[in-house]
Design a protein around this ligand. Structure first.
Ligand code: ACO
Length: 316
């Protein structure tokens, strides 16, 4: 029996209103707009307000995705929230989101931590659960309040991150649009390169250069293998939505694929690295601005702490 086709039926996003520019950061720590833009491509990021949490941002993105998909909260029977900044260690923030949305009790709701690869891990997991026929409509959300786990005195990390959320509704394919494939990877041997050690105030610690080198290799592997698996060439990909960590990582991926940078959806200049929210946020902006259209084949590719990495191919 062939598995049923599952598609992304709608997307949504939420970005906090407060903008923190490089120039503002340069008044707080020893850095410059020029250094940040040259090394990363980031110009500004959004910072959650006092009353915004991972759950509230996730719920806002999910509401927009439900409306875009024409699916009601009542139809959702699976909520997967990818995050490394849950509101609490327990309960799962996905359950808080369920309550905010009014998703019924028969739904399975859980958090998933694959850091910046979280949305692709969530997509793979939801796709498999829906294809099994045991679940029908899923919300896959990436939401992060990175500002709460950043060391605001460490200039080598605090300039990189931002807050936000993005969401997708998955369900039975309505036309030819469908998820074509996903690939997930993890290299625990590199776990120490990017972590939040326990401590009185747990904050991100990162060996930036090492993460950078691994990210380039991992993104290339994840892309090459998924294209090979589906008998596609890079030229057949309409758009690439990479994890938004550093423009130089994206440029080297573009060069490797032999694709112009214009083929890549890039919003890191305005949002910085929003970890698990990065891909769904960029995806929603790309769909709403007409960058991603019906019939397109889009490649999603991510890397993050773990080190995890992965890719997905989606036809619209
Ligand atoms: N402003 C000014 N100077 C700075 C800053 C800053 N914000 N940060 C670091 N520097 C200085 C350093 O102190 C160093 O000075 P020194 O030479 O006197 O020692 C110099 O700049 C160079 O520092 P490097 O760390 O070597 O700079 P690099 O070119 O590697 O860029 C960066 C650093 C941007 C962090 C880069 O390594 C990078 O992007 N790495 C990947 C990070 C990433 O993608 N993380 C993803 C996290 S995903 C997740 O799962 C959460």
């Amino acid at each position: 029996m062939s598995t049923p086709a599952i598609a992304i039926l709608g997307t949504g996003a939420h970005a906090p209103a407060k903008v923190l520019t490089n120039h503002e950061l340069a008044r707080l720590i020893d850095t410059t707009d020029e250094w940040i833009v040259t090394r990363t491509g980031i110009r500004e990021r959004r910072i959650a307000g006092k009353n915004e949490s991972t759950a509230t941002m996730a719920a806002a993105a999910a509401r927009a995705a439900l409306s875009d998909a024409g699916v009601t909260a009542d139809q959702i029977d699976l909520v997967i929230l990818a995050t490394l900044t849950p509101d609490l260690p327990m309960p799962a923030t996905a359950c808080l989101v369920q309550d905010l949305l009014g998703v019924p009790a028969r739904a399975a709701c859980f958090d998933l931590n694959a850091a910046c690869s979280g949305f692709i891990y969530g997509l793979d997991t939801a796709w498999a659960m829906l294809a099994s026929g045991r679940y029908h409509h899923a919300l896959v959300i990436g939401a992060e309040k990175m500002s709460s786990i950043v060391d605001w005195t460490d200039r080598s990390t605090c300039v990189l991150f931002g807050d936000g959320a993005g969401a997708a509704v998955l369900g039975p394919a309505r036309g030819t649009a469908q998820i074509l494939g996903t690939r997930l990877y993890a290299e625990g041997a590199h776990a120490h390169l990017l972590s939040i050690p326990r401590g009185p105030k747990p904050v991100i610690q990162m060996k930036g250069r090492e993460v950078f080198k691994n990210a380039v290799r991992q993104m290339e592997d994840a892309v090459r293998e998924i294209l090979e698996q589906h008998g596609l060439t890079a030229a057949q990909i309409s758009s690439v939505i990479p994890h938004q960590a550093n423009i130089r990582i994206i440029e080297s991926l573009a060069q490797y694929l032999g694709l112009p940078l214009e083929r890549f959806v890039i919003n890191l200049d305005r949002h910085g690295n929003t970890s698990a929210a990065s891909i769904p946020l960029a995806l929603d902006q790309a769909r709403r601005s007409g960058r991603v259209r019906a019939g397109d084949t889009t490649l999603l590719v991510a890397f993050g702490a773990g080190l995890t990495y992965g890719s997905a191919l989606v036809r619209w």
